[in-house]
Design a protein around this ligand. Structure first.
Ligand code: SF4
Length: 189
């Protein structure tokens, strides 16, 4: 998909125009958001539960975001992508490093995006954000990461090992919070 997209939008990159570059970024962001929504739909269909303050919005976004897999993206999609991304509160952004999804709503975001921003400022991510959502898969991944960190801690010198174990403990606490608060899709409707 990305290869097709790059071919179709190469003139935008080549011109180095601000509009062209923004259009390409809009298209890529919209496609990534659609992938995240599709993945969430698959997890919900498999019976996974959701937790987090953005859970209801994520459920709506998963149900209303179109699928793009396997489809050719025409150059005219850029305008549609910009319109799609402007739906504040209804766009899903994956954050695999933090093992969560954001149902991005500007006013809820603690990373202080600008007034017209259509995407989070991930490098300034703050804990406790009202946009976050986790699935059962995320909780499992948190525990797997915690186990890996504990293994590292076992072969690390004392001060570092202690910090690593504390980090692993925080990840497990986050997974436990998910388990204690997560709800099935039917309960969130
Ligand atoms: S604060 Fe973090 S979780 Fe919230 S929207 Fe910004 S980047 Fe996403």
């Amino acid at each position: 998909m990305r290869t097709v997209l790059d071919a179709r939008t190469s003139s935008g990159y080549g011109s180095r125009s601000r509009g062209g570059m923004h259009s390409v970024l809009d298209v890529e962001t919209a496609l990534a958001a659609a992938d995240t929504a599709a993945q969430l739909r698959d997890r919900l269909a498999a019976g996974e539960k959701l937790s987090g303050p953005g859970a209801r919005r994520a459920l709506t976004a998963a149900a209303t975001t179109p699928r793009f897999e396997g489809r050719i993206v025409p150059a005219t999609f850029a305008k549609k992508a910009a319109t799609f991304l402007a739906r504040d509160g209804a766009i899903l952004f994956d954050n695999p490093d933090a093992m969560l999804i954001r149902a991005f709503k500007r006013d809820n975001a603690l990373c202080e995006p600008g007034s017209g921003a259509t995407a989070p400022r991930q490098h300034d991510c703050q804990p406790g954000c009202g946009n976050t959502v986790r699935t059962d898969t995320h909780a499992r991944q948190l525990r797997e990461r915690a186990d890996e960190i504990d293994q590292l801690a076992a072969s690390s010198p004392c001060p570092l090992g202690k910090r690593l174990r504390a980090n692993a403990g925080r990840l497990r606490e986050t997974a436990d919070t998910h388990d204690a608060t997560a709800q099935p899709a039917e309960a969130l409707k």
